[in-house]
Design a protein around this ligand. Sequence first.
Ligand code: PAF
Length: 284
Amino acid sequence: MKVVHTVEALRDQLRGQLRVAFVPTMGNLHAAHLSLMRMARQHGDPVVASIFVNRLQFGPNEDFDQYPRTLDADIEKLERARDVYALFAPNEREMYPEPQNFKIQPAQALGSILEGEFRPGFFMGVSTVVLKLFSCVQPRVAVFGKKDYQQLMVVRSMCRQFQLPVEILAHETVRDEDGLALSSRNRFLTADERAEAPHLYASLQRLRDEVLSGQTNLAAMEARAAEHLRGRGWDVDYVALRRQRDLLEPAAQELCEGEPLVVLAAARLGTTRLIDNLELQRTP
Ligand code: PAF
């Protein structure tokens, strides 16, 4: 695997390549990332991965400084998996050689609800760096995990609206055996918190089952799920049942009909903020 740290070296490696499949990451790679790389390999050649902890998407009180940086171990994992042709691992000066005056601000609803509400500036930071990374790598396809459901939608919407020639592929959330979605932030959980963490997914499953059993009081279902988590010691930002197509609240009628829905949650255990979601498969 080639490891390159500059845009120039990356472009040298990729000259003439028209079928690049790209997996952007912030590193601290785990099994879910490696699965994204495997998927990329099925949809393009060569596969390029990036590792860059993007300051622009972290709020002032968020964990930018604590975010795990494990480049050597990450390179070893990628070498062993043999799916990636080139790893782009720029430093901050390479990605932001001057103050970033041009920033992408996702449109009203999608950018400002749920994660956008609780992490102001997050989607601006993500969209801006993803656009920059796409410009460096010029991929034909790029793979994003469904765990970051809203991020996936924001990136898709950005590509559509800027007519970027990149197909965005979604990879299913990868979970530990007990249901916890894999995330670089799981390593911050204490042993007790790790034992509690699967309850986030369990509460999404319960809410899903309530909807599938015909319950229609959306607000009550969401409040019950949030209260349940609070009772177990979670600090809940949101538990929300939304339409898959735009993450807006379904109308009462849509709850009963076959509108594709997704339930999303974000909550903190101690100092660690976890997010998760679950799509509802329903027959109309
Ligand atoms: O999901 C992530 O790891 C990051 O948000 C991304 C897409 C690599 C942008 O920094």
